[in-house]
Design a protein around this ligand. Sequence first.
Ligand code: NAD
Length: 360
Amino acid sequence: MTKSVYVLPGDNIGPEIISEGIKVLEVVNERLDLDIDIHYGLLGGAALDATGDPCPPETLAAARNSDAVLLGAVGGPSWDHHDRELRPEKGLLKMRYGLNLFANLRPAITYPQLVSASSLKPDVIEGLNILIVRELVGGIYFGEPRGFRTLESGEQEGFNTLKYSESEIRRVGEIAFEAAMKRGKRLCSVDKSNVLEATILWRKVISEMSADYPLVSLSHMYVDNAAMQLVSEPSQFDVIVTGNMFGDILSDISAMLTGSIGMLPSASLNEKGFGMYEPCHGSAPDIAGKNVANPLATILSVALLLRYSLGAPNAAEIIEEAVSRVLDRGFRTSDILTDGTTLVSTSQMGSAVMDAIITA
Ligand code: NAD
């Protein structure tokens, strides 16, 4: 049966990195006869310019009718003058919310070839393989009430609300426990239950769930300690589960363990396994249009898409192995360039992965 992949290139480096992801998707599609139909839409600044809405209803509808969505990145200074509700990033939040993509999976793997590209010491990051499961459609980024108000003193106050219900915690907890079962069977739940009530409940619900997963060893950590442990002794982690804002910050820290944010893919899933796949980084306006961005996070996101939403784990492995072989050959975009390696452009990196698949 034909599977449809809806592609949203987005803004700035988005179209450049997506082109390389599509090159790779097309080659595995053809070689493994996967019967994937690829079609395109608009999100973010590109959609705002074309339709006046950063997440037009037709984009959401087309995403719902597809089997998976592949996204580049959205946003940038060209759209910063718009009202907050019209910003490209708001369009992305609307997509995540509209598709109920409550679980964001961010694998951070240190490739042995890139150990020297990280700012951390090689012995700290060697062999690292962490999965961060971040709650994506709740918590303080979505909690109401929110806004600005004037205090009696006449002073302005900005406010947000952090809340999590039991069911919101349980559904993301389930994804994290299941993922831990398939990996090293260690789950660390990160909260701030010494200060925040919403995360006292988080810890209670996750602790109760562990009775259903006796093989998974569960630990808890405060977020400030987790940030410190991620850079001092990251190999202690297998799977981390946490709320929206803590996950946002911790996954960017874990990006640096891998050498560059340009190496980090992500999958955002709903309860039916439908997902949106995107690199963890933003639209990098500072390097847009220069053909220098690292496309590997996007290419690795294509691998996650094939594994989680299209039921093609063998295709995912082929891509991941090809990436590893390209790194073995010494090809590097500028963000991961080290002594003795060869600088390549965005498109050369994509072609190198494609060639590695063809010649495997
Ligand atoms: P960013 O991730 O775009 O860039 C941070 C730094 O990392 C920059 O120096 C950039 O050049 C570099 N970088 C990012 N991706 C790279 C890649 N593939 N290869 C090489 N270097 C790379 O973060 P930012 O500068 O804070 O945000 C820029 C815009 O992107 C903002 O408008 C922001 O709101 C938006 N954003 C979008 C998403 C998304 O679409 N999911 C996520 C984060 C930020």
